[in-house]
Design a protein around this ligand. Structure first.
Ligand code: RP5
Length: 162
């Protein structure tokens, strides 16, 4: 199975990004995590992106806050799908990172999830890998069923109470 790369702009992003690790572990998807910054270590971010496909990665998740150019800078250097997580770390509540991550020019897409949306970034990465992997696709469907069952239980409990 192809691996997922999870790149964050700073180790201060880790408390949010760790939620993505948990989802990938749940699905048994192999991943690697790194700290590369579009601004502080641009050469390392570029070298990693350029070598990612050959290194066995199938998707890259990039998380960054403030003027968050990391996902876009990575997408500029690979044709692997790139998922961006805007992190709420500056004075603008993550809106700065959201706009910096999502407003990409045509031809260089970044699939941007919600501010601090690490779990959905991981689910999307699993869905991308599941296109060519029936087992993984089955696991995703099972997870959806479990989630629906849990909501129905909550509905029944609420209806009984009120
Ligand atoms: C961004 O700046 C990082 O992704 C982080 O969200 C933010 C602050 O970084 P630190 O100053 O905490 O390292 O590049």
């Amino acid at each position: 199975m192809k691996k997922v790369a999870i790149i964050m702009g700073s180790d201060s992003d880790l408390p949010v990004v760790e939620k993505a690790f948990a989802v990938l572990k749940e699905f048994g998807v192999p991943f690697e995590a790194h700290v590369f910054s579009a601004h502080r270590t641009p050469e390392e971010a570029k070298a990693f992106s350029q070598g990612a496909a050959k290194a066995g990665f199938g998707v890259i998740i990039a998380a960054a806050g403030m003027a968050a150019h990391l996902a876009g800078a990575i997408a500029a250097n690979t044709v692997l799908p790139v998922i961006g997580i805007p992190i709420k770390s500056g004075g603008l509540g993550g809106l700065d990172a959201l706009l910096s991550t999502v407003m990409m020019p045509s031809g260089i897409p970044v699939a941007t999830v919600a501010i601090d949306g690490a779990k959905n970034a991981a689910y999307l990465a699993v869905e991308i890998l599941a296109v060519g992997d029936e087992e993984l696709s089955k696991k995703l469907l099972e997870q959806r069923t479990k989630e629906a069952e849990s909501v129905l239980k909550k509905d029944a409990a609420l209806a009984q109470k009120y």
